[in-house]
Design a protein around this ligand. Sequence first.
Ligand SMILES: [Fe+2]
Ligand SMILES: [Fe+2]
Length: 288
Amino acid sequence: MKHWRIEQVAWDRFDPTKVDPEIIPLVKAAAMVEKNGGDYALYLGGVFHDDPDFRNAAEYWSVEEIQHGDALGKWAMIADPGWDFDAAFARYRAGFRIKTDADASIRGSRTGELIARCMVETGTSSYYTALGEATEEPVLREVCRLIAADEYRHFKLFYDHMRRYLAREKLSFPRRLRVAAGRIGESEDDELAYAYHCGNEPEDLPYDHDRCIAAYMARAMGAYRLRHIERGMGMIFKAVGLPPRGRLSAVAAKGAWRLLQWRRDRYRRQAAAAASGAAAARAAAATA
Ligand SMILES: [Fe+2]
Ligand SMILES: [Fe+2]
């Protein structure tokens, strides 16, 4: 059922001279979040316990997400041969777990759950498109293109099921909007920040959410261009029931693009300050 397999990627085209070292930490963090997809399938299986069609689709979906993690992890180990994906992922699993034994959605309704999933797939579809276009390394470009295509299909999958539940549950527009906005806001919670920590920072350095999300976002936000935000905004609009291509969507995309640039620059300053603070602490420790 998978649309592609890891073995199909032309790994032998890897070109170390085209690797941007700033992209490697992003790939390591993303690999872990993706590989954790199995837990989300367990959670969704509980939420949709009496819907075998959806449960089946969610099973296939999680197989694809786990493959995203394996492909990104493989690339990161080629780009940085000293990196151990299994060890980093074990560390991640030990410190970050989602609730898998739910019998109802944490979003308050099944429609809400599916809108939240649409937001995640909008984010990943936009991100891998942006990341693939931002890198010159041919294998990572190919991997990102394959993953981005999966993420877009995932969006459509959750969207179609959402429409089915919307007809039944009739979740109001403000509620749909609230769930969507809430899930977008969560993208800066621990899931990615902790993955950045486990993938990139030494084990003796305690986890710090603000430091890690700044380090991650300072790099990740740099990959985006206005066109990625416009496309993502169209998907968000579609998921909440607004016209995806219209004046309102274009205005919202421009506003989001300005906000993203402002936040990217703020994260860059925070990350630079944290890095110089760490360097000063190391220097002080060395002379002590
Ligand atoms: Fe994915
Ligand atoms: Fe996905």
